[in-house]
Design a protein around this ligand. Structure first.
Ligand code: FAD
Ligand code: DLZ
Ligand code: SF4
Length: 515
């Protein structure tokens, strides 16, 4: 075997032949290292379907690279002497291949980049850590954008990304005369028997082997490997993207905020996990969506909404993560301390909305945005659950969860634990919102119309109690002026009834009684 010049280390969420660490790689002289390690599979107890996705996609990507002529040194979880960590496996590979240099693309997560920064000293070799060019904005570009701004509103960052990419632009102006068509995207949905089915992919021999491994080795983790039907190759992911653009993008905007109990996916793309692990290129996907608009295959509100999620929100949360790490993960502006109730792991609760969303999460390792924000997230916020525990739960249970994207969405957007860096107000809502946007309340044990007392929807009293508890911190927020004015106009006896109802519910929750 010819000597190894560069050892190119590719991580499990860098599965793209266009990854920056492969730029200029020489298949004849360089060796690619990929490792399945216990540290990554268990630093939180990832959902079993998430583990199947990542490990199977890694194995398929190794084959894709071999097909391109690369030499791949692939360490499996069950490879004898697997040391269990990125650093340990890198050191063993250096011993095996005696490279002149190590090349790696910067890690998505802060803790892994910290480890990478120690590799030059630990291996006594030059280590080149290259920028992750899958993102539009580098850490430096985001930092420059954020510097000196009083508020870091996503909308302004998004406009910069629209200008940078030229997506949906006519010269310097947005197509359609507006940057944002969200006002048209807040409709409730009705069950639609004619909505096409999202694509499913039958597991091949590699995936079946991983499914068996995961069920054996990670039996204590949420969910099951059985029923796994996501794609695991670039070709699968591209098929899923094409199907989304043809069948679901046209209705994406309209149903973006809707929730239906018999339709866990609606018109959502189900592409986040492919994008996050490198099987889809986010910019190419946005260009395909833009083409659908220009060719009259999808309306502007849908296409703009979809593109904004990717070049706006996705890029923006990554920027916030790197701006505020380390330390962002322990923010707790509202001093919330309550542990997660057991039903977050089982879905066994009388609250139909939570039972549905958590049940679907256990089944699929997926929930769509509004379910994450306005059902589980909203409940955690109102009930005062510890934001760090909430963060760990989200990181574990969703197939697309990597800390750089999950943490700002949980700590910032959903739990307001950063005090308003990311969200202009807490996403807190009573049962009326859930009833308006979903069909969950129909048939629930609780009555969404009842405000307090036995049988009343718990979200109602919890909502007012939340605002009351946090008056000192939140009442000056102008976006909460209206609810605080309503609260102040109430009779004191009514306010007291809300407080008591919330306290009774939280007591039951703390005692582990059925709620
Ligand atoms: P679609 O609804 O089809 O949206 C299209 C794409 O836009 C997504 O694939 C995703 O790439 C991007 N996107 C949309 N919203 C966001 C957002 N707020 N932040 C970043 N990207 C976004 N997304 C993750 O990728 N990983 C996470 O761990 C994650 N955790 C979340 C936790 C909470 C509390 C909340 C409120 C949101 C979280 N999101 C996360 C964002 C969003 O919910 C998911 O990206 C989306 O549900 C994925 O499903 P989809 O591909 O069908 O998305
Ligand atoms: C999430 C994950 C899991 C579960 N397992 C592995 C693994 O065994 N090997 C690997 O290279 N990557 C894995 N990953 C993805 C990493 O956690 C991710 O690359 C880091 O968090 C950096 O973002
Ligand atoms: Fe959820 Fe309340 Fe509706 Fe039941 S009534 S589904 S608890 S919002």
């Amino acid at each position: 075997m010819p000597a190894c010049r560069n050892l190119i280390f590719i991580l499990g969420d860098q599965l793209s032949p266009a990854i920056s660490s492969l730029e200029g790689a020489n298949p004849a002289r360089d060796i690619i290292l990929m490792v399945e390690v216990a540290e990554e599979t268990t630093y939180v107890r990832h959902h079993r379907k998430k583990l199947v996705l990542i490990l199977s996609a890694m194995r398929h990507f190794a084959d894709e690279l071999r097909g391109l002529g690369y030499r791949v040194d692939y360490i499996r979880l069950d490879t004898p002497d697997n040391n269990g960590s990125f650093t340990g496996e890198l050191l063993r590979a250096v011993d095996r291949h005696q490279p002149e240099r190590i090349i790696v693309t910067e890690a998505g997560e802060w803790r892994v980049l910290e480890a990478m920064r120690g590799w030059a000293e630990q291996t006594a070799l030059p280590v080149e850590i290259s920028t992750d060019t899958r993102f539009l904005a580098s850490h430096t570009e985001f930092r420059q954008w954020a510097e000196g701004r009083r508020d870091l509103t996503m909308e302004f960052f998004y406009r910069q990304m629209r200008r940078k990419t030229g997506l949906l632009m006519e010269g310097d102006q947005p197509v359609g005369g507006r940057w944002n068509f969200d006002a048209e995207n807040r409709k409730a949905a009705k069950p639609d028997l004619f909505r096409p089915a999202h694509p499913r992919f039958a597991p091949d021999a590699i995936t079946l082997e991983v499914m068996t491994l995961v069920d054996q080795r990670f039996a204590g983790h949420m969910g099951h490997a059985s029923g796994f039907s996501w794609g695991v190759t670039r070709a699968d992911a591209e098929r899923a993207a094409d199907t989304f653009i043809a069948d679901f993008l046209p209705g994406f905007g309209e149903t973006q905020d809707a929730m239906l109990k018999d339709d866990p996916f609606l018109n959502h793309s189900l592409l986040s996990f492919y994008i996050n692990i490198g099987l889809l290129d986010p910019l190419a996907l946005c260009r395909a969506a833009e083409r659908a608009y220009f060719e009259g295959r999808a309306p502007l509100n849908a296409v703009e909404g979809f593109i904004r999620q990717i070049i706006g929100w996705r890029e923006y949360v990554r920027g916030i993560y790197w701006l505020l790490m380390p330390g962002y993960e322990t923010r707790n502006f509202l001093e919330a301390k309550r542990p997660l109730p057991a039903f977050f792991w089982t879905g066994e609760t009388r609250m139909a909305c939570l039972a549905t969303v958590i049940g679907e999460t256990i089944e699929n390792a997926y929930a769509h945005h509004i379910q994450r924000l306005m059902i589980t997230g909203n409940f955690a916020l109102l009930a005062g659950l510890d934001p760090h525990a909430v963060h760990e739960w989200y990181l574990e249970v969703y197939a697309d969860a990597f800390e750089w994207v999950e943490l700002p969405n949980v700590i910032g957007m959903s739990q307001f634990a950063d005090g308003g860096v990311l969200a202009t107000k807490p996403y807190a809502a009573s049962g009326a919102y859930i009833d308006r946007m979903s069909d969950y309340c129909h048939g629930c044990h609780y009555d969404v119309k009842r405000k307090t007392g036995e049988g009343a929807c718990p979200f109602n009293a919890l909502y007012w109690d939340f605002l009351d508890r946090h008056q000192a911190r939140l009442s000056r927020n102008h976006r909460l002026a209206q609810p605080y004015a309503t609260w102040r106009r109430m009779e004191e006896a009514q306010r007291q009834t809300y407080r008591q109802s919330a306290a009774q519910f939280l007591q039951k929750l703390d005692a582990g009684e059925p709620v």
